[in-house]
Design a protein around this ligand. Structure first.
Ligand code: FPP
Length: 238
């Protein structure tokens, strides 16, 4: 009997290459982002169909505020329309929306829209579609350190679990597979605590072109990897 392929429980994705996708077509960068946003829901559904439980997408980093104001404004508008759409499509498709990072720098109306979209999908039982917005690992770790102090955790009581409980991803499993498209081979301050034992998969495909074939390749590669978490398998011990 065929053994089912191992499926990552949690996939994290760095959706890179929107700008280059647009430039290759003589379009403004914002058009690349717009096409990038259109890939989000289909990729989430493809992951859900394959049994993935959590998909975390890097939508906007703490460093992205340094981009030209026009591009930042366009990204915020895209976040707004994404929330409108996902509030409906996630309910329809039983996906649960979640955010890591912060919305504090957004205007009140957009903050409310984000909270509302999360709220209407809270009871769904399918894949958790987690958007990393205004997210950076270093910022997350600094916030966790502050929170640990506020909770009065003494040095001896400080463990990996207490730290993990103060991260944005508290109650989410660690990342099993990190996918970065767009040809760059780096982590860019994304989920650095959570990817400690993740398998890494890099592809040249630009995010607006990312689809089922590329997801299949990443999953096949993952299924073939030997995950040892720093230990040895029995057959390797002599
Ligand atoms: C990198 O492309 C992509 C991002 C800045 C993040 C991904 C953004 C989206 C998919 C748009 C959705 C965003 C929100 C806020 C809902 P790039 O501009 O760095 O591409 P390049 O490396 O080709 O220039």
């Amino acid at each position: 009997m065929a053994v089912p392929a191992r499926v990552p429980r949690h996939i994290a994705m760095i959706m890179d290459g929107n700008g280059r996708w647009a430039r290759a077509r003589g379009l403004p960068r914002v058009e690349g982002h717009r096409h990038g946003v259109e890939r989000i829901h289909p990729v989430a559904l493809d992951c859900a169909r394959r049994g993935v439980e959590y998909l975390t997408l890097y939508a906007f980093s703490t460093e992205n505020w340094r981009r030209p104001r026009k591009e930042v404004r366009a990204l915020l508008r895209l976040l707004s329309s994404l929330m409108d759409e996902e509030a409906e499509t996630c309910v329809r498709d039983n996906l649960r929306l979640r955010l890591v990072g912060t919305v504090q720098r957004l205007d009140t109306a957009l903050q409310e829209k984000v909270h509302e979209a999360i709220e209407v999908t809270r009871e769904n039982t399918g894949l958790t579609l987690c958007l990393a917005f205004d997210y950076g690992s270093r910022d997350e770790i600094v916030r966790a350190a502050r929170e640990l102090i506020l909770r009065g955790i003494e040095p001896d009581g400080m463990t990996e679990e207490t730290v993990a409980q103060c991260l944005f991803t508290a109650d989410m499993p660690d990342v099993d597979l990190l996918v970065r498209c767009g040809g760059e081979i780096r982590l860019s301050n994304f989920l650095m605590w959570q990817v400690a034992y993740a398998e890494l998969y890099f592809t040249e495909v630009l995010w607006p072109d990312f689809g089922e074939p590329e997801l299949e390749s990443a999953l096949a590669e993952f299924a073939g990897r030997n995950r040892r978490y720093g230990a040895l398998k029995n057959e390797e011990i002599r």
